[in-house]
Design a protein around this ligand. Structure first.
Ligand code: CP
Ligand code: NVA
Length: 337
């Protein structure tokens, strides 16, 4: 794709914008620590001064192929693109897999001639990788069975706003070792943070993801703790996170899972072991009364809707960086967000 370097004022220039244009975002493993900091810095600018970016992606177009349902991801990508002057086209693939009608490579070679980016939500992570391999435009993973990178970036942006220094906090993830857990693990590892993941036996994280997180942690000073005991995970934690016991694509396992996961419910008893200032997190949609109770979801230390808002700012930053977006005027001049 043709891309212009990201342009903004000197004072507000994010640290490392030049490495992004034309790239894919398939996994958190695609990002260096400085690149995640750049996304966060730009997300902060976008949140504070959205009006400065109204034409940043003027003329840019993206297509979104979703094999699974979505509220947050779809709307934040569509609203985010529109708010920067670009267009998004939604292709509902929930009735059939993306590559059922024609080869993935043929789809890629069509789409790359029409639009500037592809956003994918798939059952199989390999579909996202395959699209990225064949399409010469940026491909963004909007959730696969293996990872949910945009979610984890939004979550750590939320924690950054709340706590300031991510190296000093401990996030406890309690529940299924799924796509969200994987991306949280890799983000914590990349950023040098502490994360504990507690899952039932047999529902742990992917072994390669854990190995990669441990490798990253050696370089960044992150602390990765893989556990089975939810109380041990939550002990003194600054944030307690959970997600659905049954992810999309695993519905046939729901009855069995509902018998195994109750000790992992995030409720008042479990979070009593966390730090007194601890925040409670969920990527949503929540299954109230299952993995999280109403009392936790609705309490004043719940940040679940801050996380949902962060999706918008972080994904706008990702789009700007990968599409080489242009900022129309100084970020420091106007306070009219
Ligand atoms: N958290 C999240 O990705 O929500 P949706 O499934 O609604 O997009
Ligand atoms: N782990 C969940 C996340 C939904 C946003 C799923 O994949 O269904």
């Amino acid at each position: 794709m043709s891309s212009q370097p990201f342009q903004t004022t000197q004072a507000a220039t994010p640290p490392a914008t030049s490495t992004f244009p034309g790239r894919d975002l398939i996994s958190i493993r695609d990002l260096s620590p400085i690149e995640i900091e750049t996304i966060f810095h730009l997300a902060g600018l976008l949140k504070a001064r959205p009006s400065n970016f109204r034409t940043a992606l003027a003329g840019k177009q993206m297509v979104m192929f979703f094999e699974k349902q979505s509220l947050r991801t779809r709307l934040t990508f569509e609203a985010g693109m529109a708010s920067m002057g670009g267009n998004a086209f939604f292709m509902d693939q929930t009735a059939g897999r993306l590559d059922a009608r024609e080869k993935l490579s043929d789809i890629a070679h069509n789409v790359e001639r029409w639009v500037d980016a592809i956003v994918l939500r798939t059952y199989t992570h390999g579909t996202v990788e395959g699209m990225a391999e064949h399409a010469c435009i940026p491909v963004i993973n909007a959730l696969s069975d293996l990872e949910h990178p945009c979610q984890a970036l939004a979550d750590y942006f939320t924690l950054l706003e709340r706590f300031g220094d991510l190296k000093k906090i401990c996030l406890a993830y309690v529940g299924d070792g799924n796509n969200v857990a994987h991306s949280l693990l890799l983000t914590a590892a990349t950023l040098g943070s502490r994360i504990r993941v507690a899952t039932p036996e047999g529902y742990g994280c992917d072994a390669q993801i854990v190995a990669d997180a441990r490798d990253l942690a050696q370089q960044t000073g992150a602390v990765i703790e893989i556990l089975n005991d939810p109380n041990q995970a939550v002990d003194g934690a600054d944030a307690v996170y959970t997600d659905a016991w049954t992810s999309m694509g695993h519905e046939h396992e729901e009855q069995v899972r509902n018998q195994i996961f109750p000790p992992y419910q995030v409720n008042e008893k479990l979070v009593a072991g966390a730090a007194p200032h601890a925040v409670f997190m969920h990527c949503l949609p929540a299954h109230r009364g299952m993995e999280i109770t109403d009392a936790i979801m609705d309490c004043d230390r719940s940040v679940v809707f801050d996380q949902a808002e962060s999706r918008l700012h972080v994904q706008k930053a990702i789009l700007l960086l990968l599409l080489g977006g242009k900022v129309g005027r100084s970020n420091s001049r106007s306070a009219n967000g």
